[in-house]
Structure formats: C-alpha cells, structure tokens
Design a protein around this ligand. Structure first.
Ligand code: SF4
Length: 512
C-alpha cells in the first residue's frame, strides 16, 4: 500500500493519483461489477435530454439534494444569538453532530450545542429522564445563562411534550425555577431550517418577555435578522443604526459568536444580545424583520401578544436599502446621514460601470425564500434576467410575492418559479434551457461540474470557499459585493471561453 512519506507529504489531490491507489480503484470497480464506462456515459448523456427532464419532474416520492436543511438547525442558530445561551437539542446525538459540523464548516468557528442523547429506550419510553439529566448536566458543566431547547424528529415522532418535561426537570432541581429554559418544537418532517429559526425566536422572546410589558415604550426599534448567515449583514445593520443614532435591539446578535477574534483563549459564549435587552424588546416602538418567511410566526406573535407594529424590509440592492433607510427614518424621525447618501452614490456608480456586462444575462438561482427575493430584486435592478428560480422550502405566499416582483420589471418576464423542487430538477433545467450564470450555495458546484454553468456562491451553506460569510449582502456596500461576485464571475468565464491562441483569443482582452 502506498504510504505518505513524512519528508514529502502529499495531500489527497495528489496522493490518490499514485499507481497503487489507481490500481486499487480499478480492482474495486471490477469487484463491484458495475456498468461499463460506455454505458455510464450513455446514460449520463440521456440525463441531459428533455425526455429525462419530463421523467425527472414527474417524480413525487423522492427528493434529491433539496436546497434546505431541517428545523433544529435553524433553531440553534437563533439560540446562539443570545447572551451565554446554550442550545439544547432534545433527541438523538447524531442530529446535533450534523448541525454543529454544518455550522463549523460554513463559519470556520466552533459551535456549541448539546443533545439529550436519546437512544432506543428513550424512543420507547419517552425522553423525560434524558431531559432531566441533560438539563442538570448542561447547567452545571457549561454554566449558561439560558438553555434553549428544541427537538429532533425522534422526539417529535414519539410526541415528547417539552413544556411538561421542562417543568418536571425544574421540579427535579435540574435547573433553578427562575432559570430561563425557552423551548420550541421543531419537527423536521415539516418546514425547514427557516421554520425552526422562527419557532425558536418566538419561543425565546415569549419566555424572556413574560410579565415585562410597561405602560410606555422604551423608544427602541427591534431588528430580527432571520436565518442570517452573512455576519457582514448584522454588522452593516448595526453600523447603519449607529450612523442614524437609532436606539435598537438586535434579536438576536450572533455575529460575535460566529466570528470571534482569535485571542488565544477559548470563549464558550462570545457576544450575544443581553437577556435583559431581549426581555425589554416587548416595550419597543416597532420591530423590523429582514426576512419575512423566517419570521412569520414571530411577527404574528409580536403583533398580537405585544400589540407592536412589525415590518419586513430586505435591504438588498439600491431600492431595498433605500426602502429600509426610509422606513427606519420614518419610524424614528432620524434623518438619513450624508455619509450614507455618499455610499449610495458610490454603489450606483459601481452598478453603472458594470451594467453592460449584466444586461440581459440569463440567471438561474436557488436558496431560501427571502434570500431569493433579495437577489431577484438586485438582478432586476441591474437588468439581468432571472430564468429558473428553485426554492425547495417555498410556499404560496412567497410565490405570490416573488411573482409580483418579477411582473414589476421587463427583466422578470421569462422567469419560472420552481417551488418545492430540488437541485436535481435544476440540473435538468440547466441542461435543457441553459443560462449564463448560476447563483446558490456550495452544492451548486456539482451542477457547475455537470453543466459548466459558472457558479456564484451566495447563500448557505458555503463550505468550499473561505470568508464569504464575513461580507455583507445588505446595504450599499452589500450591493457592491454582490455586483463584484457576479460580474467578475462572468468576466472569468469570458476569459476562459476566449483563451485558445489563434482560435478564440481574438476576444481575450485586457480591458473588460
Ligand atoms: S431531519 Fe430529523 S433525523 Fe435528520 S438531522 Fe434533522 S432532526 Fe435529525
């Protein structure tokens, strides 16, 4: 067997090309008795056809690579935005390992979450004992200020009752009676990570704000980010609010947790919205959510239980950012400062510089509903044409809102919204009705490989490129970032397509 020589360590991209590994792969293939290379190539070719597309779109009982994750993943992202809060997942350990590794691969940061480690006996008799022991261990070992509980499929299938279990755990002295243990049922066989986020934010806010309503408001504005994975967006929102001298509470701020400085000392709970500020959010003037479909239940709760006005604003692109700033100004009476007007002017200038390369470009995109609406808003603004829009966690309200947005622009007329479809559907779409550019998360790299459609990585998760999550997609600077990623991918592709000397390089230009 080939060995890595300690004096010449080879990474896997080179190691497995050595003769011994190649022979091993060949022998494995022969042993498995698979189809011939010709047959594989023939079928692969057929999967590019309209005939295959029709069969692919007729499938009902199978999902292949959906662009969504499960509810508890969103719930624990919400939880870590609060001061010293430990996410506690009631269910099996494997699920939690998956959530933690998912976030760590995207953010390149440690992510702490515990589970009640339910196994076969708990699946039969219920997980109450796991909850009682798990809460006590978490409280004593990790010393959090709050433990936020959600569930996996297993706990939901057997019908574990979180409210009763947590009350019983408190009665058994797992944690003090007054210690906050908000919870959210997050069954993964319905909804997606954005539903889980919504459920958990609602659970935490209803727990922390109970009995805190005052006669007068605290003069603040609440911001709810939604399932936000761009740290730069949270920082941009805070910067805008500070520039406008707006008093705000971010519900919740996980920007430090997901991007903490390397000081050489491990901190388990960096940053986070203070629990007392979150408790006082019930007394705010109003709430602005930056995502609609990740905050539906929370906004409904705030409107009905707190009697507080809520608004949705997506500060993406010029128009989206203008609308957000004007809404903030209208709610607070604070003017929009000159500094932001200048930033706006720079963003408009940048869009104008690149517009010729984007006008009429055919785009396919996929992702969460709010991300997709923001991106479509931006694409229409620069004259690009969305063609295929795949949203696995779609719903009728979202499709109605997106259709109205597309109908409002001449560039939106050729778009089809593929609600509930997955990335294997999108593969068929890209083969049969090709586009110039694909926008989505890292899973799109397989579509890029198969269809050769250039991919711009925007969304969650992004595992295979570094640091993109540190940037903003919101605000005027965010518009420049989106523009940069999109136009330069198109220009890279143009270079690749004009690179052959004496053949295509007549257009291999220095100046674009
Ligand atoms: S879908 Fe269910 S079983 Fe799978 S990781 Fe999510 S919670 Fe666990």
């Amino acid at each position: 067997m080939a060995q890595n020589n300690v004096n010449d360590i080879q990474d896997h991209a080179r190691l497995f090309h050595q003769d011994e590994y190649q022979e091993l792969f060949k022998a494995k293939k022969e042993f498995e008795g698979g189809h011939s290379s010709e047959e594989v190539a023939k079928i692969a070719d057929w999967t590019k056809s309209w005939e295959y597309r029709e069969k692919n779109f007729a499938r009902e009982a199978l999902t292949v690579n959906p662009a969504k994750a499960c509810q508890p993943l969103g719930a624990i992202l919400a939880a870590v935005g609060f001061e010293a809060t430990l996410p506690f997942v009631h269910g099996s350990q494997g699920c939690v390992a998956y959530f933690r590794s998912h976030f760590t691969r995207h953010f390149k940061e440690p992510f702490s979450a515990v589970s009640s480690s339910m196994t076969e006996d708990a699946a039969v008799f219920g997980g109450q004992l796991n909850m009682i022991e798990g809460l006590a261990t978490s409280y004593n070992l990790y010393k959090p200020k709050m433990i936020a509980v959600c569930t996996t499929c297993m706990a939901e299938v057997i019908g574990d009752d979180l409210q009763a279990f947590i009350s019983n755990a408190k009665a058994a002295n797992s944690v003090p009676q007054t210690f906050p243990v908000p919870y959210a049922h997050t069954p993964s066989f319905v909804g997606s990570h954005i539903t889980g986020y919504d459920n958990m934010i609602k659970g935490i806010l209803s727990n922390l704000t109970a009995g805190k309503k005052q006669e007068t408001t605290n003069g603040k504005i609440n911001f709810i980010p939604g399932f936000e994975t761009y740290i730069g967006n949270l920082r941009e929102i805070k910067r805008y609010a500070d520039l406008m001298d707006v008093n705000y509470t971010l519900l919740a701020d996980n920007s430090e947790y997901l991007d903490s400085p390397n000081t050489g000392e491990y901190q388990m709970y960096p940053g986070g919205t203070k629990l007392e500020d979150a408790a006082d959010s019930i007394n705010a003037e109003a709430t602005i959510a930056f995502q609609s479909y990740a905050t539906t239940k929370t906004r409904e709760y705030i409107e009905t239980e707190w009697s507080q006005k809520t608004y949705v604003s997506r500060p993406v692109g010029i128009r989206g950012t203008d609308e957000f700033l004007m809404k903030l100004s209208a709610l607070t009476g604070k003017p929009i400062p000159k500094e932001l007007e200048e930033e706006r002017g720079r963003a408009v200038d940048a869009l104008t510089d690149s517009q010729a390369w984007l006008h009429g470009k055919r785009i396919a995109l996929y992702g969460d509903p709010d991300l997709v609406i923001g991106l479509v808003q931006f694409l229409l603004e620069v004259g690009a044409e969305p063609i295929h829009i795949v949203v696995s966690n779609s719903n009728a309200n979202f499709e109605g809102e997106l259709r109205a947005l597309l109908d409002s622009s001449p560039f939106g007329q050729n778009a089809t919204i593929w609600g509930g479809k997955d990335l294997w559907h999108l593969r068929s779409l890209l083969f049969t009705e090709p586009v110039d550019l694909l926008i989505g998360n890292s899973y799109g790299k397989y579509l890029w490989r198969d269809t050769k459609t250039p991919l711009v990585r925007i969304g969650y998760p992004i595992f295979d490129r570094h640091h993109l999550h540190r940037y903003s997609t919101y605000g005027y600077q965010g518009a420049i970032n989106l523009l940069n990623w999109i136009v330069n991918t198109l220009l890279d592709e143009l270079d690749r397509n004009t690179i052959i000397p004496s053949k295509t390089d007549i257009s291999y230009d220095l100046i674009r």
